[in-house]
Design a protein around this ligand. Structure first.
Ligand code: ASP
Ligand code: MG
Length: 448
């Protein structure tokens, strides 16, 4: 392992010239950072997503294009661009305008269009770094980050990415800081791919893994990962240390700070992850690392709204075998990914993520029909999955408080035991903010 660090700056951290300057100062003060991964400036990817819509009016299309340009120009105004940056930036902006002006896009073209946010911001960020006296070069991440061909949700090819990094990226790192793009990669077919919304965190971790870095820094607009959403509970506090397992559970169960896949490469390769605010680097943040000895306890409470509960019941299966296998085979056939599961002899209840951006927004009628052939099927909506995250969570320790909090609410389902790191339950969506607040107050505020 090298002592290189990879630093990733999210959209708000590179939103404008002042924000970029704060990030540049962080890099200048930390000579271990050799690779910088940037997001698109705040708002840009949303405009690009809007531009992918084939039904956009000409007027609306023009407005989104201008909005993207304006964000770039407000930054350029404060910079004097070196010739190499001017050249690359202008050519990229031109390519963007030509593509965005079309009105019908293939899936591959949509990914190409979405890639412009990061491609543009990486030119400007390189110049801001140079302005602070840091030797910096912009690098096209597509020459390193190899993926499969699944547009909009590409999966990385780890081995190929590592080979590419050895060949193209590692030799550059002694001389200068490399500024590259999050979120995008290149598929087997040589076309641009994207890793899904919020994917820049994942990119940073993948690049860190490919260059054997020992640390990846995720700079955002909050001073770490909080014990719950601070907009909901103002007593929510940043957590100074989390294990990989705890952080992965938090990202999966709704903490919005990190893209859920980020922890995978980090824990696989033992790379420490830091999450902090580029506005207040002096305030520190959350360190995520391999747990040396897990301190038992609840660290956080998260919620994920828009969950769907599917219950299937089959009295015929009493004392027969193969019931669960049959149910899950059907769910797998329809590519439905299940979160929580509870079972009894003749019934099984599973939760599915029904969020607007979930890969499977609703249950196929065909799937329900197939289940109905041997089961009674019911589907409930408007539920929230609340998760307590921590280590060695034992009801015994918390039972009095937890049960008294929960008894005030209608709990639809509880899951505990399969993982040492979470205890999850489903509540009515209308109650869930209140449930989270009560749990935070009684289990996380009082114990601190
Ligand atoms: N720019 C992309 C997005 O907004 C990726 C990222 O920022 O992580 O989703
Ligand atoms: Mg993000």
């Amino acid at each position: 392992m090298s002592n290189y660090s990879v630093a990733k700056f999210g959209g708000t951290s590179v939103a404008d010239f002042d924000a970029m300057s704060r990030c540049a100062a962080i890099i200048k003060n930390d000579t271990q950072v050799r690779v910088v991964v940037v997001s698109a400036s705040s708002g840009v990817t949303n405009h690009l997503v809007a531009l992918c819509d084939d039904s956009l009016t000409e007027q609306a299309r023009a407005e989104h294009i201008i909005a993207v340009e304006t964000i770039q120009h407000n930054i350029i105004e404060k910079l004097s661009l070196d010739a190499d940056i001017t050249h690359g930036f202008m050519a990229t902006l031109e390519q963007f305008k030509v593509l965005a002006g079309k009105c019908q896009f293939s899936v591959a073209e949509k990914d190409e269009l979405l890639s412009f946010g990061e491609r543009l911001s990486s030119y400007l960020f390189t110049q801001v770094l140079r302005g602070q006296g840091v030797a910096a070069t912009r690098f096209d991440v597509r020459d390193v980050l190899a993926t499969n061909d699944i547009h909009a949700k590409a999966e990385p090819n780890i081995a190929k990415t590592r080979d590419n990094a050895k060949q193209h990226l590692l030799p550059l790192l002694n001389e200068q800081v490399i500024v590259t793009q999050g979120f995008i990669g290149r598929g087997d077919n040589s076309l641009t791919t994207t890793l899904g919304r919020g994917g820049s965190d994942y990119s940073a971790a993948l690049i860190a893994e490919a260059i054997d870095a020992d640390q990846v820094q995720i700079w955002t607009d909050v001073v770490g990962i909080f014990s719950t959403d601070p907009r909901l509970c103002h007593k929510a506090a940043p957590i100074s240390k989390l294990s990989f397992d705890e952080a992965a559970e938090m990202a999966t169960f709704g903490a919005k700070v990190l893209h859920p896949a980020t922890i995978l490469p980090a824990s696989r390769s033992g790379i420490r992850v830091f999450v902090g605010s580029s506005r207040a680097p002096e305030q520190g943040g959350t360190w995520i690392e391999k747990e040396k000895s897990a301190v038992p306890g609840i660290r956080a409470v998260t919620q994920r709204k828009n969950q769907l509960l599917l219950t299937v019941k089959s009295p015929e299966m009493l004392l027969a075998s193969g019931f669960l296998a049959r149910v899950f085979t059907i769910l797998a056939k329809y590519n439905i990914s299940v979160d929580l599961v509870t079972t009894s002899e003749i019934s099984v209840a599973v939760t599915l993520d029904n969020a607007p951006n979930a890969s499977r927004p609703e249950l196929d009628q065909a799937c329900l029909n197939e289940l109905s052939e041997f089961c009674h099927v019911s589907v409930e909506n408007k539920l929230t999955l609340v998760a307590l995250i921590g280590s060695e969570i034992q009801l015994r320790h918390h039972e009095i408080n937890l049960m008294s909090v929960l008894s005030q609410f209608n709990i639809r389902l509880i899951c505990h035991g399969a993982s040492k790191h979470n205890l999850c339950f489903l509540v009515e969506q209308a109650d869930s903010d209140q449930v989270v607040k009560s749990i935070h107050r009684q289990l996380l505020e009082l114990s601190n």
